[in-house]
Design a protein around this ligand. Structure first.
Ligand code: FDP
Length: 315
């Protein structure tokens, strides 16, 4: 089977870009090992709690961030790191050509129940500045720490999947993921219904009505509450993920972060033939105003995303 190192060496991309991705992959191998051992180490609880060994716990998202920093700072190709865990961008090797934006451990509210979490990342040209639209991404990927650890990756061409073997080596297990155009599975936190806008209400109501409603087909709902797990399911078998702007998140601009959550996922979904939007604008064209900016997110199978866009167009 093809290893990640072999596959990266065969890609028609700059070696520094490939190396940036390789560093994130190496970090994820270490994070996967930490997550596997976390319950034994008593590392899944809240920060400030004391584990069974009597040590104060450190949050796994901070541990994951430290691991990412350690791997990237050894990489001469990387000059800037933007991380969900760091208020300010972190200067790395001055001469480096690339910027990495990452959420080192996404979905952390699922950690204490052993549900899939992930690392999300994006690689951009550092010279273009911190605030670039998602369309400027050169590579994007995520790692899903589930029953198997999967690295999903694209340089804008095919979306490929690697699976971590027992020796800590990523092996190519899918050479071209395609998001099915049609689907009947949607993912949204329905407990937020009272905050939703008319478009979200309209779209979800049609889905709930199933074959008796305007969509004409029965839908099913799946919500892990861990973006990586929800997006992974959608990449593999279709569906739609929504975290729309609602009356509670409107003042913050949304719930999910643009640079290291929405953009990398939108890049992968589009590369796999799906669509990604805020509801009113293609996600990859949103111009960021701040590194930790939030954004509404609707992404997945093109036919479902277009239904949501049609609802927003009516408003
Ligand atoms: P989390 O806060 O646990 O890291 O990134 C934010 C995120 O998880 C996403 O992974 C997930 O889709 C979303 O928040 C879950 O939001 P809700 O709390 O509204 O369910």
């Amino acid at each position: 089977m093809t290893t990640l190192a072999e596959w990266l060496a065969a890609q028609p991309v700059d070696t520094g870009l490939a190396a940036s991705v390789a560093s994130m992959a190496a970090a994820s191998v270490e994070i996967a090992a930490v997550l596997r051992a976390a319950p034994i180490q008593g590392q899944v609880g809240l920060v400030g709690r004391v584990n069974v060994q009597g040590e104060e716990q450190k949050q796994l998202d901070l541990i994951s961030n430290d691991i990412v920093v350690k791997h990237l700072e050894q990489n001469e190709a990387v000059s800037i790191l933007v991380s969900e865990e760091l208020d300010e961008p972190l200067q790395m090797q001055i001469q480096g050509r690339y910027m990495v934006a990452t959420d080192p451990l996404d979905g952390s509210s699922n950690l204490d129940v052993n549900v899939t979490v992930g690392t999300i990342f994006s690689v951009l040209e550092a010279a273009q500045g911190l605030l670039q639209p998602g369309s400027a991404q050169l590579a994007a990927g995520y790692v899903a720490y589930g029953p198997a650890t999967n690295l999903v990756l694209s340089f804008g061409g095919p979306v490929v999947v690697f699976t971590l073997d027992s020796k800590g080596v990523y092996l190519l297990t899918d050479t071209e993921v395609q998001v099915p155009q049609a689907s009947a599975e949607y993912a949204i936190n329905t407990a937020r219904e009272r905050f939703w806008d008319a478009a979200t209400r309209g779209y979800v109501a049609e889905n709930v009505a199933g074959e008796t409603g305007a969509s004409g087909k029965r839908h099913n709902m799946r919500w892990v509450g861990s973006m990586v797990a929800d997006v992974h399911r959608i990449l593999m078998r279709g569906g739609i993920f929504l975290y729309p702007l609602d009356s509670e998140t409107v003042s913050k601009g949304g719930r999910l972060r643009l640079l290291y959550e929405a953009n990398p996922m939108a890049f992968l979904i589009e590369a796999a033939g799906g669509k990604a939007t805020t509801g009113r604008q293609r996600l990859l064209e949103v111009m960021p105003a701040a590194i930790h900016q939030r954004v509404p997110v609707v992404l997945g199978s093109s036919e479902e995303v277009e239904r949501v866009e049609a609802w927003y167009a009516k408003e």
